[in-house]
Design a protein around this ligand. Structure first.
Ligand code: SF4
Length: 399
């Protein structure tokens, strides 16, 4: 198999490449939820108490870390969680104003806020728009009331549908929806109905996740007790593939393992992550990456807030070794339809690429990787078994 470049990139018109050494992303973690969903392994607290302490600490962290990525401009801002939509417009405004004071935002910056359907109403939509958010990510997960109840969501399917329409009518033309495939009790027919419902809505981005059982969740405890009946791996994969095909027929592009978008509506924030662009993460549990190191804040609201307030250590930091950078490049680049650049593999990652070259060639021969111009990318079939593929392509230092 020949890895030498055979010409130009077969670039997708809609894929915005951001090899831009002046841009950065900002992620703000809002850790509050009204209850804990049974599948959720993200750091969040099932209570709104502690908001004041949080707002004070995030404000201090924003000011303290204003020089984290010097000379860069903000290309994307993402409020995630948790549930950012539990913050009042005034609370959100305080954070946004502070960020705008401390960082240089590009006028065209993508500004996303994750919201839950029960928080969408005429007033909240107008407030989010006036704060400069131009993209909504709506946590829907399922359009079946039975399923929503069984996973402990706190909204109905009708609320989600009406909320998305209301947000579109209120001026959001960039709306993403999160859905889960493989929930307990979910039939193939139900997945089909969920996808058809979604296609009928004014949404241009879909994050479609296969249920995974995360440590510390209610679902993990139930799995251990043998109480959770889940579809088998093959059945899950078939449902995901069918959903993916339906979305593609409806005009969505499968541009990353779990993400689909209408042309021009890829998530710029997540794309920047996958392309290794630097970002700062603010709030408890948030991660940051400056290109040479990554760091992560304490995933505990009280401990994080106290450490920020008292000038203590509120994060851990790890300098990335060349092996880490190779492994990270493999994992992030092969998640996307654009894949890995052969020039990078044979350039800065050459020592580890050469050591694993036989594995790359084996996957190319098996049709799990394909060569496209001067890139190599994973096929959709490979994405269904991506963990195993990435693990084989990683370089493991001999001890
Ligand atoms: S899925 Fe979202 S709303 Fe549910 S517990 Fe996790 S972060 Fe909170």
């Amino acid at each position: 198999m020949n890895f030498a470049s055979d010409g130009g990139i077969n670039e997708n018109d809609y894929f915005r490449v951001m090899q831009d050494d002046r841009s950065m992303g900002i992620y703000v973690h809002v850790p509050f939820c009204r209850g804990k969903c049974f599948y959720c392994g993200f750091y969040s607290v099932a209570s709104l108490a502690g908001k004041e302490e949080y707002l004070d600490a995030v404000g201090r962290e924003i000011r303290a870390r204003a020089g984290y990525l010097p000379g860069r401009e903000v290309e994307t801002l993402y409020f995630g969680g948790g549930t950012p939509s539990v913050l009042t417009p005034g609370e959100l405004e305080g954070i946004v104003n502070l960020l705008e004071r401390e960082y240089a935002f590009r006028p065209s910056a993508e500004r996303t806020i994750e919201v839950n359907p029960e928080d969408i109403n005429r007033e909240s939509v107008a407030a989010w728009r006036s704060l400069g958010f131009n993209r909504l990510s709506v946590g829907v997960q399922s359009f079946s009331d039975d399923r929503l109840c069984a996973i402990h969501r706190r909204h109905s399917a009708r609320e989600a549908i009406d909320g998305i329409r209301l947000a579109a009518a209120g001026g959001f033309d960039n709306i993403g929806i999160d859905l889960i495939v493989g929930l307990p009790g979910q039939s193939g027919e139900e997945v089909r109905r969920d996808i058809e419902t979604l296609i009928g809505l004014p949404a241009c981005h879909v994050s479609l996740y296969l249920l995974s059982i995360e440590p510390g969740t209610v679902f993990e405890a139930r799995t251990r007790r043998g109480e959770l009946l889940l579809p088998g791996d093959e059945e899950q994969a078939d449902r995901f593939t069918e959903a993916s095909e339906t979305l593609k027929r409806a005009g969505f592009e499968h541009y990353e393992i779990s993400n689909f978008a209408r042309p021009g509506y890829h998530s710029r924030h997540n794309t920047a992550y996958w392309q290794g662009q630097p970002y700062i993460g603010l709030g408890p549990g948030a991660h940051s990456h400056d290109g040479l190191s990554r760091q992560w804040n304490l995933a505990h609201l009280k401990r994080y807030a106290a450490a920020v307030r008292e000038g203590g250590a509120y994060f851990e930091r790890e300098v990335l070794s060349p092996v880490d950078r190779y492994n990270e490049y493999v994992m992030t680049s092969l998640r996307t339809m654009q894949g890995a650049e052969i020039r990078s593999l044979q350039g800065e990652h050459a020592p580890y690429f050469e050591q694993t070259r036989a594995v790359w060639e084996r996957f190319l021969a098996a049709g799990l990787l394909v060569r496209v111009g001067d890139r190599v990318r994973a096929t959709e079939a490979a994405w269904l078994v991506s963990d195993a593929i990435f693990a084989d392509l990683f370089y493991v230092s001999p001890e």
